[in-house]
Design a protein around this ligand. Structure first.
Ligand SMILES: Nc1ncnc2c1ncn2[C@@H]1O[C@H](COP(=O)(O)OP(=O)(O)O)[C@@H](O)[C@H]1O
Ligand SMILES: [Mg+2]
Length: 298
């Protein structure tokens, strides 16, 4: 009921004021089965946060389909999506502090959603104890959340999310600010929680320490998948994630997006509209490029 199935997902951001278009996702496919824990690794700008926002309905898609369980969330109205998110999806925000209420203690933060969930105080308390123990934060339960470490804040934040009993947890760069020991600890925590609660978990990150950590590891670059679920060493990952600087080849995919090599893009000073002139010999030239003084004077 709560797997994540994404097919040909396209997202083009359009700023009507400047008329600039950015294609953040260019035909992305993704398959996370119910109860799986998966990571998507990619460099900054790859489209990771965009994907998370679309999955939880905070951004609309420009094309493609996104199923969560049996529901194609792209077809839901804003109101329906809100209800759907509330019932099914827990989000661990990139900026962990934003998940926590600063005036409250660790325990109070986690107890809040539990109290909303259960009329019985005893039931809420019982689950609080379970969560504190599962996340190994009993020691700091009475600390205000402003007085805990980065790793503890991430674990508390996971606790708040879990207290809402979501079927799916989406985490955006949860270990961005953490050192290796704490990152490994969070990776283990996600695995344990996945086993204990059977929650489907998707973590997006630029952190290579997540490679091979879970059931599935996807690699994303320029809004597309470039690798799946393979045991890769550092050099293989670098090869997939980094753009090839020297290549002057372009790729056109079925959605007709073209990624120009950076060198061509910069030299040509292309904007999003460029007109070409095709000669009968099939050679072509640029007829109009709004950024280029020469063609403007045509
Ligand atoms: N609201 C927005 N408007 C315009 N462009 C955006 C917006 N959000 C993200 N982008 C662009 O979309 C691309 C992907 O961004 P993002 O999803 O944040 O990537 P990541 O999380 O992997 O760093 C980037 O080129 C970014 O500049
Ligand atoms: Mg991001």
């Amino acid at each position: 009921m709560s797997g994540i199935y994404v097919k040909d997902l396209i997202k083009v951001y359009h700023d009507p004021e400047t008329d600039v278009r950015v294609s953040a996702l260019r035909g992305l496919d993704l398959f996370v089965k119910e109860g799986e824990v998966a990571s998507i690794i990619g460099p900054s700008g790859a489209g990771k946060s965009t994907l998370i926002k679309i999955l939880c309905g905070l951004e609309t898609a420009s094309g493609g389909s996104v199923y969560i369980g049996d529901t194609n969330i792209i077809e839901l109205s804003e109101k329906e999506m809100q209800t759907f998110r509330f019932k099914n999806i827990g989000i661990i925000n990139q900026f962990v502090a934003q998940n926590l209420l600063p005036n409250l203690t660790v325990e109070q933060n986690i107890l809040l959603p539990l109290k909303m969930r259960y009329a019985s105080k005893q039931r809420a308390r019982k689950e609080l104890e379970e969560l504190l123990s599962a996340l190994n934060i009993e020691r700091i339960r009475y600390n205000p959340v402003t007085k805990i470490s980065g790793g503890e804040a991430v674990r508390t934040s996971i606790g708040v999310t879990l207290a809402k009993k979501p079927k799916i947890i989406l985490a955006d760069e949860p270990t961005g600010q953490l050192d290796t020991a704490n990152t490994n600890n969070i990776i283990e925590t996600f695995k344990e929680l996945n086993e204990a609660f059977n929650t489907t978990i998707l973590v997006v990150t630029h952190d290579l320490r997540f490679r091979n950590a879970f059931n599935k590891s996807y690699i994303i670059r320029d809004g597309r998948l470039v690798g799946v679920n393979v045991e890769m060493d550092r050099s293989e990952l670098d090869f997939l994630i980094k753009p090839q600087e020297s290549s002057l080849q372009s790729v056109i995919d079925s959605s007709q997006f073209v990624r120009l090599p950076d060198e061509v893009y910069q030299t040509g000073e292309f904007k999003h509209i460029v007109e070409f002139d095709i000669h009968p010999s099939k050679k072509f030239s640029i007829l109009f490029n709004p950024n280029d003084k020469k063609s403007k004077n045509h």
